[in-house]
Design a binder for this molecule. Structure first.
Ligand SMILES: [Zn+2]
Length: 81
């Protein structure tokens, strides 16, 4: 149900060594801002992806695929208590 007008996606900031996933002008890891509308790809798998952005994006995709299992995701630390 998404429109063709992209407002989110992976982007490689010029002064960054990693690609970040941006939404509404802000990276998921919260460290970068980008107000353009050009993105490299919706979900390209690359070793250059920011690990924090990738982790959050992966969880989003998993939740979208199986919304009923969304509650199964917990912070990693919770299992180590
Ligand atoms: Zn990032």
């Amino acid at each position: 149900m998404e429109t063709n007008t992209k407002s989110e996606g992976w982007f490689f900031p010029i002064n960054s060594r990693k690609a970040h996933f941006f939404r509404n002008g802000r990276s998921l890891c919260g460290k970068w801002g980008y107000l353009g509308d050009k993105f490299d790809s919706d979900d390209l798998a690359s070793p250059d992806d920011c690990t924090q952005c990738k982790k959050k994006r992966t969880i989003e995709l998993e939740n979208r695929r199986s919304p009923s299992k969304a509650s199964a995701f917990r912070p990693i630390q919770a299992d180590r208590v």
